[in-house]
Design a protein around this ligand. Structure first.
Ligand code: G6P
Length: 369
């Protein structure tokens, strides 16, 4: 055990630091200077994908959050309508499936009972085809899918998923680019997105260097009972993932909200005992987020802001800290911003003395309903 963990104290920490290599492996021989290579979805895959007119993504847990990021990507760049749903809901719902819809199952293990059942159910519902994004080649989900795109994260031992998530994002980014190109995304933008994706491993590596600053932030959370995560746009699913990581391993009650919903409920909870962790987007939504943060500040809430190095954010005063992250570009920023949130959850859990790799009541793979 100690030999496998090497210099790291827990598998989770080791797996967080394996992300640059895991993402690089997932991209290897799939994307080059001229774009996504043909046939990464198999011989029949290219032809099937030209007929896609919409996408339904089904997953559980962290994999579901990866699907939510992909919704923003596929809609913006491939101009496809996308719905994302947790498998346990989808499988018992009478989903309406428009012609030309692709079913996408995302699963690290490929054995999650609800995801597998949802995929089996989808066979009855008239999809164009099924695509599995998965980390285990011999798993049931992969065996039963028409098309597959493997993440190459290697074995993930920590129950709280880390490198599986960022490699899922890398795979979903490849899917987005493939469909975007087929559907006529302007060439200059396409090449820009491809270049960003190729830099994802490097950008994640840079984000890992923030660990000392994140440890300092973790001190702010160790005695808290609750935490509120806010995000907007494609960073909203990142806020969801950050809050899931924190609750899974530190047992602090955490929830994530789209920042625009703050006034519709969670603001009632904000006082000096409620830290608010904001994942700040860059671009047009930043100004909107700033006004949301002002609401928090006015109520004495402590702010921890994860912001792009370029974002202009005023000082938060005594009750606030901003951590600057180089997001590596608008497309890959969700993957890069995830890393300090993983580290935050990890270090809060370590400081609180929980069983980081084996959190109580949770399982790595949920193979029963
Ligand atoms: C469990 C794990 C999570 C994981 C989820 C879905 O809840 O603890 O880390 O995200 O299952 O698993 P899958 O293997 O389908 O991605």
């Amino acid at each position: 055990d100690a030999v496998e963990r090497g210099e790291f104290r827990h598998y989770m920490q080791k797996e967080i630091f394996e992300q640059p290599n895991a993402v690089a492996a997932t991209l290897e021989a799939r994307i080059g200077p001229h774009g996504v290579l043909p046939s990464i979805f198999g011989v029949d895959g290219d032809e099937l994908l030209t007929r896609v007119r919409g996408v339904h993504i089904i997953a559980c847990g962290t994999s579901y959050h990866a699907g939510l990021v992909a919704k923003y990507w596929l809609e913006e760049h491939a101009r496809l309508p996308v719905s994302v749903e947790v498998a346990s809901e989808y499988r018992y719902r009478e989903a309406v499936v428009p012609d030309g819809t692709l079913f996408v199952a995302i699963s690290q293990s490929g054995e999650t009972a609800d995801t597998l059942a949802a995929m089996r159910e989808s066979r009855r519902r008239g999809y164009l085809g099924t695509l599995a994004i998965c980390n285990v080649p011999e798993s049931s989900v992969v065996r039963e899918a028409d098309l597959k795109l493997m993440t190459r994260a290697g074995p993930e031992i920590g129950v709280a998923s880390t490198k599986a998530f960022t490699t899922q994002l890398a795979a979903l980014a490849l899917l987005t680019l493939h469909l975007a190109q087929q559907r006529g995304l302007e060439r200059g933008r396409y090449i820009d997105l491809c270049t960003q994706l190729q830099h994802m491993p490097r950008a994640i590596e840079n984000a890992l260097k923030l660990e000392p600053q994140v440890i300092a932030l973790a001190e702010h959370l160790i005695h808290r009972q609750h935490a509120l995560f806010l995000g907007r746009g494609v960073q909203y699913p990142v806020a969801l993932e950050g809050s899931l990581k924190l609750k899974e391993i530190s047992y602090i009650h955490a929830e994530a909200y789209p920042a625009g919903e703050l006034k519709h409920g969670p603001l009632a909870l904000v006082d000096e005992d409620m830290p608010v962790i904001a994942v700040a987007p860059n671009g047009p939504l930043l100004d909107k987020l700033k006004s949301n943060l002002q609401e928090v500040r006015a109520r004495g809430g402590e702010l921890l802001v994860f912001a792009d190095g370029e974002a202009s954010l005023e000082n938060h005063g005594a009750r606030g800290v901003t951590l600057r992250i180089n997001g590596g570009g608008d497309f890959i920023a969700p993957a890069v911003f995830t890393v300090p949130l993983q580290l935050l959850a990890y270090h809060v859990a370590v400081l609180r003395g929980t069983d980081v790799d084996q959190p109580r009541n949770l399982a790595k793979s949920v193979t029963v309903e």
